[in-house]
Write a protein that binds this ligand. Sequence first.
Ligand SMILES: [Zn+2]
Length: 159
Amino acid sequence: MPSGVYIKTAEHNRKNSEAHMTPESRERSRVTGRAMGKARAGVPQSDEHKRNNSIAHLGMYDGDKNPNWIDGRSYEPYPREFDKTKQQIRERDGNVCQRCGRTREEEGKELSVHHIDYNKQNCSDGNLITLCRSCNGKVNSNRDYWKQVFQQKLELQLV
Ligand SMILES: [Zn+2]
């Protein structure tokens, strides 16, 4: 093993152990921390640095509290309940892509839920259908055609 790597590891372990235990080591850390603070004083953090810090902090805080809410807000302009609806639609469709038959297992993650009439506010069962990622991409062109295909497919299933 190269000596540089070994030294880094030893340093890392030492820092870890200082984070725990004995009042003595805690006091040493506190003093060191104060000294470091003094050394840093007068060197202002850049705005970018501050912004990064607060973003990281917000993400952690909210993520712990309610990850679904954050996901919904960040990536989708849908109502919050849509996560639940999506899961119901996937179950209705057997977790299989309704266009090509690809399964959730083959996809390696949850399948997409597609809005048949392309209106993302319309979350009724009859407007939602399970698609794999690939098919979900394909149906973005020829919209009138796909809308018809999926509407007919659902009508047949629901009768
Ligand atoms: Zn598919």
